[in-house]
Structures are given as structure tokens and as C-alpha cells.
Design a binder for this molecule. Structure first.
Ligand SMILES: Cc1cc2nc3c(=O)[nH]c(=O)nc-3n(C[C@H](O)[C@H](O)[C@H](O)COP(=O)(O)OP(=O)(O)OC[C@H]3O[C@@H](n4cnc5c(N)ncnc54)[C@H](O)[C@@H]3O)c2cc1C
Length: 506
């Protein structure tokens, strides 16, 4: 089948690899000049690193170089993904600097993908049998529109999204105001505070920060990036030990999570800094957990970074021809550069309205069975809409599912059941994250539940023993390498057999 894949990030690349291996004719389209998606040189902000250790942020069959640090920089991750593309012979499938502008389906069921070649400024159309949307849920920044922004800009002020600032020299000698308190906001603040005149953070809500090394000793991956860590949060369907942990063991479960909060307060000296988040760790950790940035609280402590908690920018203005911002409490700050680390927008503007209405609920959430497939739009798939602690692994397993479904090798429920299942999933995440689930695309902290559910449809999994060991050992995607190869081999031989039957009968 001819298949177009929109996006050359983690999800697009692994989908291309698996669909190519299972015999499809692939075109990968991305508007950036390099592969890597959020790690592209056009999106990397100074100080960006992964949150997951590299071992956990890998594909099953493509180990990263042992020379990489445990938390690699954005540049190192992009280089890993570029090597993955080369090693899997994907480069000739790539159409970079190519933006998808419209995707629609003809009555005969063929998909038309309209694209704009950004270098040659020409538009053309690709006709394919199937489309995989892997456009990412964290690549289109969401920048608030502040009152007074025109005056602010006229006075020389700049407003950028975090991922639009690719060089720290842009902040040298400047008064920088960073909006947000997530991982990106803290990472970029540490990097910029080394060159900026002043660095202020405006945080609407403080989040809990988990130290990379809890109490300076235990790597956070040991309690949290295991199946046990995942089971500390109640999923909508509980099995085996999870039932125990979320039933009679509920007190223990809550104490364990709150203990991490207590340690975080001590380790980062949050009381002295006045930066203890409101609410207990257990109540807000789901979907809002962030890894602490190395050096962040040291910079707060020595005054290089100043955090304005529970504040927002009320207005922008100019004073003595200088760009300024005013916070809700009346504080006025000099601000040559306002950097908005204020989250991302999710959407598929290139899909026709008729399709949008079939894949979105009233609140704009994606209704995707297994976070992959709309119930009733044939040959349209999504990958990367299962963003997790182990994105490469979740995307790779989803790619296997897509390959299997393209061959009708999955025993799927009816369209109504698929839609109900997708709705139930969105409702569940709405409740536990208070609506912060990136329109249904963020499944944290239930990464491994997603892997298991998707593999269940394919009718396979790694051994019970291997899964049991993941309860206490951090998830290692390499444990899935043989499974991936086996599913690909099965699908390929199935295809060959079908081909033979076909030619025999004809
Ligand atoms: C700063 C940061 C740190 C992160 N750290 C981690 C981590 O430690 N662990 C983890 O598991 N996850 C992490 N994530 C989540 C991250 O989103 C995923 O790990 C992964 O990179 C997502 O890959 P993707 O392929 O789904 O999307 P993306 O990487 O966003 O790629 C999507 C691509 O689609 C392209 N595209 C979109 N629309 C169009 C169009 N119309 N035409 C052409 N091309 C288009 C974009 O240009 C982009 O290159 C992090 C995210 C960010 C932003």
C-alpha cells in the first residue's frame, strides 16, 4: 500500500520503519529541515534535555551509544534519531521542508495529501491508500495574547515560545521573563540565567519536582519508571497486584508518593525559597509531574533566578521607552524578552472538516481507539498520540498495531465499541488530570498499560517473567526487540502467503 506519514519525529520514523519492513510504499513528510520533531534544531531551546533517561528513551532494537549521558541534550537525541533513520534506510523516504496543507478522502476511498514544498515554493498532491498522522502533540506552541503586546513590541520587547529560542545568545545581557514552571521553563531559565541580565519566572501554579536522584541517592527511574511506579496510580481497569495496591494497600500507596514530595521539599530546600507547591503530591502528580532541572534551585538560592509564584502577566507596557510587564500582584518587571513555556496546541488543521467532526469530541479531544485509530475513518491512523514516559517504545508498539491493522490481522471490536472505548478513556483522563491530557494524547503515567493493551489486540506480549521483572526494574525497551522482530516477520510471511493464494486463485 502507498502510505503517507505526516511527521518525522519519533512516531513518524518508527512507523515508517515498520511499515516499510512489512512491505508498504512509504512517504514521510515534515516541514522541518531535519528529522527528530521536538528535537529538531529548529525547536531545541538552550538547556533542553530528556526527562526520561536515554535507556528508557530508546527504540527496542536501536540502543543509544554508551557514551551518551544518562539525560542527553536535545542535540544528542536528534543525532540518535538521525542515525535511526539512516540505519533503517529511511532517508530516501523523507520529504523534508514539506508542509502538509490538506488531507482529504475521495469517494473511492483514496487519500489525497496536498503539500507545500517550502524550498521550491511549489504545491503538489500525493495520492495514497492510507495516512498516518504523526504530527506530534508537543510541537506547536501555545502563546498567550497579553494585553498591551503591541506597545511592548514597539518598545523593542520580544515574545517567543520556548521552542522558538534556539540560541542563548539571544538573551545575552537582556532582562528575561519566562512564563511557566514546567520542565521546559526551568531548563531554559537555568541556561539563560548564565547570560541574561535578570531572569524572572512567572508561575501560575507551582508543580511538584521529582529530583533525578531522590535524596541524592536513588535514581527516580527506580521508583517511578517501573510497573510498580505506574501501579501507584489507579488505572480505569485494575488487575492482580494493582487491585491490592489500590484497595487494602491504598494508604501505603499514598504514603509512598507523598514521601517523594516530602523528600523533594527537603532536598530542594523549598520552604526556605517559599516554593512548596499547593496540594499534596498525590493529588496533583498525575499528568503534572516534572523532573527537577539540575542547578535550578541553586540559581534560585543565589538569586540569579527569581520565581514569582501564583502569578500571571496581567499586562505589557512601556516605561521610559523600555518594554515592561506587570504581574497580577502589581509587580513590574523589565522584560526585553518574554519566553512562553506555556504548553502546546494539539490539532490536525490539515484534515477536512468532515473528518475532524468524526475524530474529535465536543471539547476538541481526539477519540482514538487505543490512541491510534478513529472508529470509522478507514485507513487513517495516528501515532504519537500516546505520549508517555517511554515515547519511542509506545510509538513503536503502536506502529506494529498499524501494520497489523493494514493487513486486517487484528480482531477489533465493532465501531461503536471502539468509539465507546475511546470516549471512556478521554473521560478517565479528564477526571484524573483535571483536563490536562493534551486533548487525549497524553497517557502519562499509564505508559505500560497502553503497551499491554495494544499488544493484546495484536495477540502477543513479552513473557510473564519479563513483565514481572519490570515491576521492580526500570522499563528497558530492549525487552521488546524480539517481539517487534517476530511480529514484523509474521506480518511479512502472512503477506507473502496471501500473495501466493491470490496468484494461485487468479
Ligand atoms: C522539551 C521536551 C522534552 C521531552 N522529553 C521527553 C522524555 O524525556 N521522554 C519522553 O518519553 N517524551 C518526552 N517528550 C515528549 C515528546 O513529545 C516525545 O518523546 C516525542 O518526541 C514525540 O514524537 P512525535 O513524533 O510524536 O512528535 P514530534 O516530535 O512533535 O514530531 C512531529 C513532527 O510533525 C511535523 N509536522 C506537524 N505538522 C506538520 C504538517 N502540517 N506538515 C508537515 N510536518 C508537520 C513537525 O514539524 C514535527 O517534526 C518531550 C517533549 C518535549 C517538548
Amino acid at each position: 500500500m502507498k502510505v503517507a506519514i505526516i511527521g518525522a519525529g519519533v512516531a513518524g520514523l518508527t512507523t515508517a520503519k515498520i511499515l516499510q519492513q512489512t512491505g508498504h510504499d512509504i512517504t514521510i513528510l515534515d516541514r522541518t529541515p531535519d528529522v527528530g520533531g521536538v528535537w529538531s534544531r529548529t525547536r531545541r531551546y538552550p538547556g533542553v534535555t530528556t526527562q526520561s533517561p536515554m535507556r528508557q528513551y530508546s527504540f527496542s532494537d536501536f540502543a543509544a551509544s554508551a557514551n551518551l549521558p544518562e539525560w542527553p541534550t536535545g542535540e544528542q537525541v536528534q543525532s540518535y534519531l538521525a542515525h535511526y533513520a539512516t540505519a533503517n534506510d529511511l532517508e530516501h523516504l523523507l520529504h523534508l521542508r514539506t508542509e502538509v496543507t490538506r488531507v482529504h478522502r475521495s469517494e473511492s476511498g483514496e487519500w489525497h495529501v496536498d503539500v507545500h514544498d517550502l524550498d521550491r515554493t511549489v504545491e503538489y498532491r500525493i495520492d495514497v491508500a492510507a495516512v498516518v498522522v504523526a504530527n506530534g502533540i508537543f510541537s506547536e506552541p501555545n502563546i498567550p495574547e497579553y494585553p498591551g503586546h503591541e506597545v511592548f513590541k514597539a518598545a523593542g520587547g520580544r515574545i517567543l515560545a520556548g521552542n522558538q529560542l534556539n540560541d542563548e545568545e539571544q538573551a545575552r545581557g537582556k532582562h528575561v521573563v519566562v512564563v511557566g514552571y514546567g520542565k521546559s521553563a526551568c531548563d531554559v531559565s537555568v541556561a539563560l540565567s548564565r547570560v541574561a541580565e535578570t531572569t524572572d519566572i512567572v508561575a501560575r501554579q507551582l508543580l511538584w519536582k521529582v529530583p533525578r536522584k531522590i535524596a541524592g541517592v536513588v535514581n527516580f527511574k527506580i521508583p517511578l519508571l517501573t510497573r510498580l511506579g505506574e501501579a501507584l496510580f489507579p488505572y480505569h481497569t485494575l488487575h492482580g497486584f494493582e487491585r491490592l495496591l489500590n484497595g487494602p494497600g491504598n494508604g501505603l500507596r499514598r504514603s509512598l508518593l507523598n514521601l517523594i514530595g516530602t523528600i523533594s521539599i527537603k532536598q530542594y530546600d523549598l520552604e526556605t525559597h517559599g516554593l512548596v507547591p499547593r496540594g499534596r503530591m498525590i493529588d496533583i502528580i498525575t499528568g503534572a509531574i516534572g523532573l527537577g532541572t539540575e542547578g535550578f534551585f541553586e540559581q534560585v538560592s543565589n538569586g540569579t533566578i527569581k520565581v514569582h509564584r501564583d502569578q500571571i502577566i496581567d499586562r505589557m507596557f512601556e516605561k521610559d521607552s523600555r518594554p515592561m510587564v506587570e504581574l497580577r500582584d502589581g509587580t513590574q518587571l523589565k522584560a526585553d524578552l518574554v519566553l512562553c513555556a506555556t504548553g502546546f496546541r494539539q490539532g490536525t488543521p490539515f484534515l477536512d472538516d468532515a473528518i475532524q467532526t468524526r475524530i474529535l469530541d465536543r471539547d476538541g479531544n481526539f477519540l482514538l481507539y487505543r490512541n491510534i485509530r478513529p472508529a470509522d475513518v478507514p485507513n487513517l491512523y495516528f501515532n504519537g498520540y500516546n505520549s508517555s514516559f517511554f515515547c519511542p517504545l509506545n510509538a513503536e508498539i503502536a506502529a506494529l498495531w498499524i501494520a497489523a491493522d493494514l493487513q486486517n490481522a487484528l480482531d477489533l471490536p465493532s465501531e461503536d465499541e471502539m468509539r465507546r472505548s475511546a470516549q471512556k478513556q478521554v473521560e478517565f483522563f479528564d477526571t484524573i488530570t483535571n483536563g490536562h491530557h493534551s486533548c487525549g494524547g497524553n497517557i502519562i503515567p499509564f505508559s505500560m498499560h497502553n503497551v499491554d493493551d495494544v499488544l493484546q489486540d495484536i495477540g502477543t506480549n513479552i513473557s510473564k517473567f519479563a513483565r514481572a521483572s519490570q515491576w521492580f526494574r526500570p522499563i528497558d525497551p530492549a525487552a521488546y526487540a524480539k517481539l517487534t522482530a517476530r511480529v514484523v516477520a509474521d506480518l511479512t510471511s502472512r503477506k507473502v502467503a496471501e500473495g501466493r493464494n491470490h496468484s494461485g486463485s487468479s
